[in-house]
Ligand binder design. Sequence first.
Ligand code: SME
Length: 156
Amino acid sequence: MTAAEKKQRYAELAKEIAAVLDGEDHLIARMATVSNILHHAFEHYFWTGFYLVDPKAPNQLVIGPYQGSLGCLRIAFGKGVCGTAAATRQTQIVDDVQAFAGHIACDARSQSEIVVPVITAAGNLIAVFDVDSDNKAQFDEIDRDGLERIIQASFA
Ligand code: SME
């Protein structure tokens, strides 16, 4: 897939996701739909899903809706790529997870990943969206831009 094709794909997916979510306000239903549509849209997506900020344990993420192999159940803020995205509220792109200090290997096949924070219109971090690939260096600025737009449109 060329860069232009990937960009175009994200634009089409943004429209498709908005159409499917229209009228549904249940957070888990929305997250399940976003992870499902994106997971099946791209070859380079191996694990696709959400880790939720746990209201009962504010500095911890707990597994949410996802597609792919078994995910870890909990991740502390600041730990691994997901925990870093939660602590910094910044999208993380990691080309080689083995070279990322503190990476959490839920599935040893994961090689690269992108994690986008999910922040509401009121400015509250409610989750992170994590996509892993089983190949190295699979995520770039087009993925960042495409995913940040979809996450913002779906949850802000
Ligand atoms: N790789 C992640 C852990 C979550 S999973 O891969 C599903 C991380 O280091 O945050």
